[in-house]
Design a protein around this ligand. Sequence first.
Ligand code: GAL
Length: 636
Amino acid sequence: MNRFTAAAFAAVLACSAAQAQGVDPLAPTGKWTAYSAGRAPTPPMGWNSWNAFASAVDEEKVLGSAKVIVDSGLASKGYVYINLDDGWAAKRRMPDGHLIVRTDKFPSAVTRKQKTPSFKPFTDKLHAMGLKAGIYSDMGRNTCAQAWSTTPEHLPKGSVEEREVGLHDYIDQDIALYFREWGFDYIKVDGCGLRDFGPNSPKVKAGEARILTPILDLGAISRTDVPAVKDLFRRVGAAIVRNNPDGDFVYSLCIWGAANVRAWAKDMGNVSRTSDDISPAWGRLMVNYDSAVHRALYAHPGSWNDPDMLHIGAGDFDANHLTEARSHFALWAMMNAPLLIGADLPTMPASLMEVLGNADIIALNQDAAGNQATVAHDSSDLQILVKTLGNGDKAVAVFNRGWDPMDVNLQATRMNLRDDAPVEMTDLWTKKQITFTKETKLRVAPRETAIFRARGTRALADGLYLSEQPGKVNPAVDGVTRPIPDPGIFRTAYGWGGTRSPGDRPQYAGWGGARADSAPYGQTLQIARKTYASGIGILANSRLEVRNEGYRRFTAKIGVDDSATDKTHPVTFTVYGDGKRLAESRPLKWGMPADPIEADVAGIKVIELVARSAANENEALSVTWGEAALTDRQPR
Ligand code: GAL
């Protein structure tokens, strides 16, 4: 390159970098951008080795549970993924970097044909049983068990390099091995390698591991390099796509709600952990549940919130705690969580097999519309979750979080059903039918979740509120500029630090994210003193993508929410259809009454709702798309 072209080239580069920086994230794209690669149109179901066996996993144990899954009929109900977690790796062979399976634990990996052990016979076996196979790795050089396990016999052995069984320097090589050579269908990518191997790590000090400067800190979002973490997950995702030409994979992110992942995983993978690990204790269940329950807008067909695997069969969820075990299952089903059994199934009591096999509840989780339940009544004692199903039915769960039995008035209007027409409900545990008009009384025991499928006359005769279809609403830009830990998540005394620690402090970023039927910080939607039972609450400088399947009319009542602390900056609301501007509001400030906005969306595939303002970053500028709805459905 001569000097002139080099200078011109540099100028072009500088210019495109500036342009790249200047890209307006609120500009309409005309596209639905949430993750849709892989095979997770509904939440994955199956089994995972970790909760039952931790690193002491072996082939006999895995196949023992896999056999029960098939023989008991659970497989035919959808539980098909059999996932190995941490503990399968012997070492990384040097110098070629090939991963070696623990053949003492997985004897079928010793094959006569190949000198190098292979998982292919194992995955072949699972496939022949009509099942699918999952594997575990870590985004760093080492896994979580390598950081935390107290049973060294289960850890990889050899030189420091040989013990580096994580993806870090081997993304392409390992992903090709897992999917192309070994035939796995699912991968869980953990994150301890990005967090636990700093200079003070005991393993580093003991000379067992190399330093990998931490870029992830679960306790401190500001100590986390979010772009770097995202970039690694993007790179692994691209390698997975490349190595699965048939697209038959599930990509599971496991960084426990760190790095603001609760906001961006929906763009990056099929399932993503929203909190630290579950344990068989009620308090931990509540942490995990709370970390996902208000995030309905961040889950869609193809990308699901993962409050962690089921712990039914142990501790507070064993056969002596049927109420708790049923609640766990019902809540996970309503939240569209992956249903991954974490128990040694040959020893599972029949009463708990029945819980896992409740086909009516599984059907809610696997409903094709993919709407995570939204919270229709929210208090520390009681929550009512409502989920809109593909055929228009409603699933409703009444969860008593408290210590006393509660008398609950369940109203038809809570489910967006008319209160002057009968509602028919089936109790999905007892199969009892209830018919009522307006409201019905339920008595719910402490820790109980009453769960029903309901049918009535919809409040909107010819349409749906957007908050009834969170699976079709994607907060592409949610307006959160500085992620803050969510203080609304249950904090248990039985956290990992135990009662000798300063406690379980807020740590999961995502506070102020977009919410269905609620303002971003949890208040009732309200514009100039008028409340809205239905709507989307989001911060200003946000862009929502909405999938439109055949509706002709979009309507909403818009304004700055009364909960906003920024009372000065006006917000302009714009509705786009397939990238073109359809309607725009005048600038609306705090205190001004709501303006109606509407747009003809006939034939439009993706609607975008943009709220733009010259906001002050130190203030919360919450906006409300009140009663936002799609109506006037085209006859099919
Ligand atoms: C944790 C993860 C668990 C399990 C474990 C394995 O980070 O959250 O689900 O995979 O690592 O060591």
